[in-house]
Design a protein around this ligand. Structure first.
Ligand SMILES: [Zn+2]
Length: 313
């Protein structure tokens, strides 16, 4: 998904995170991290900045969809509100740490290592992508940091875990296209490639634009979602990803109704004007709202169970 920070911020607020401040601490986990990150990725502190992906390549740049619906403040005496660390860095895994890696031969099916770590594609009985494992990896690191009484990195690793949970629960991260569509485009590999890429990204840009502009319908459903009582993170994530996969065919069909074959031969990035022209059907809105609702439910559950207990320690 895009606009992780809005979803995370509202969930954190609802889960009882207030304006508690934490001290920014240096990174000290090189020996503890078991998964490699991109060699070019520079671990930076973005407190007071923007969560958005900024890139010279317009395909990846998200700046045009962004507004500061969530206000991020600059550190004062090295301290920032914990809720801002949690929401800001729930966007961090998209800033480049997962790109350019060689993880698995299957990553070719997900467009590279970035996709491989952020998706869990399922087609027939076949599965590709390890987003669920990334969530558990950063959950473990967060526990290590909290146990070292390093609140800052406990919260920042939790934010990354939340990123992957939100990705796992995003319908367009569960399938590239429907099985039916695969048969339809069986002999048109180029169409299949561009349509998959463009529907996925542009659907997310549409929702992100509305989240970053505080669309009350979307922020309202996130606010009203009931926190999920998490018992075992690994087990509890599975039903959520199944719900996301069940929602996928309808969302894909609606994308097909909106964009049809107009995106089949090149990368297309929708403009703000295009977004404002989209008149989503009730079914489309309902699918988006269900997705945001169960995502919010799990994120709130996560924060309540795995972040909140450490605050004040
Ligand atoms: Zn992601």
């Amino acid at each position: 998904m895009i606009a992780h920070d809005v979803l995370t911020y509202i969930c954190a607020r609802c889960a009882g995170i207030g304006e508690e401040e934490i001290l920014i601490r240096p990174y000290n986990y090189k020996g503890t991290e078991t998964r490699p990150i991109c060699g070019d990725y520079e671990l930076s502190n973005r407190e007071g900045g923007r969560p958005v992906v900024a890139s010279d390549d317009p395909r990846y740049d998200e700046s045009e969809y962004y507004t500061d619906f969530i206000k991020y403040s600059y550190p004062k005496k090295g301290k920032v509100p914990l809720i801002q660390v949690l929401s800001l860095y729930s966007a961090e895994p998209d800033w480049g740490m997962d790109s350019g890696l060689k993880i698995s031969p299957l990553q070719a099916l997900t467009g590279g290592s970035q996709g491989y770590r952020h998706l869990r594609y399922g087609l027939f009985l076949f599965r590709a992508g390890i987003v669920h494992r990334m969530a558990l990896h950063f959950f473990d690191l967060a526990q290590i940091a909290f146990n070292r009484r390093d609140m800052y990195w406990g919260v920042r690793f939790s934010a990354r875990a939340i990123h992957y949970i939100e990705d796992l629960l995003t319908p367009v991260h569960t399938k590239p296209f429907t099985e039916m569509f695969l048969f339809e485009k069986m002999f048109h590999a180029k169409d299949l490639y561009f349509i998959t890429y463009n529907y996925h990204l542009n659907f997310e840009r549409f929702v992100a634009y509305h989240l970053w502009h505080g669309n009350g319908l979307y922020t309202g459903i996130i606010e009203s979602a009931v926190p999920f009582e998490l018992l075992d993170l690994q087990k509890d994530l599975l039903p959520g990803s199944r719900i996301a996969r069940r929602l996928f065919p309808l969302i894909f069909k609606e994308c097909k109704n909106i964009w049809g074959d107009t995106m089949k031969d090149r990368f297309v990035k929708i403009s703000i004007e295009d977004i404002n022209m989209i008149r989503p059907t009730d079914r489309f809105q309902k699918s988006i709202l269900s997705w945001l609702e169960f995502s919010a439910s799990l994120v709130k559950g996560y924060i309540k169970k795995f972040v909140k207990p450490y605050i004040g320690n």
